[in-house]
Write a protein of this length. Structure first.
Length: 102
């Protein structure tokens, strides 16, 4: 991963922390560690999608307001877009490795 991608990830993480202070972000470090861990990203993705599903089902039963549902769905959408971007970066890096001469 090049430095610009790392800086983009750090910027995204700080922006996401400002938008979602409860710590539901994908790139939020756990236990104060500054490590980038793919399992924490997938856990954050699953958590965001589950939160949006819970909010949608609560709205359908009349237990949630539309604003909270829209917030949860927007958070899940952002999480999925981030996961897709990370996947694309990994595939791109792998393809670069395959292009290297032996």
């Amino acid at each position: 991963m090049d430095i610009s991608a790392f800086n983009a990830l750090k910027t995204y993480g700080s922006a996401q922390k400002a938008l979602a202070p409860e710590g539901a972000g994908l790139l939020t470090p756990k236990d104060g560690k500054e490590e980038f861990n793919l399992s924490s990203v997938t856990e954050g993705l699953v958590g965001a999608v589950a939160k949006s599903e819970t909010a949608a089902s609560a709205y359908m039963t009349g237990k949630a307001d539309p604003h909270s549902v829209v917030e949860a769905i927007a958070s899940a959408e952002l999480a999925v877009e981030t996961a897709v971007t990370l996947r694309n970066r990994v595939v791109e890096a792998y393809q670069e490795l395959l292009r290297m001469p032996i």
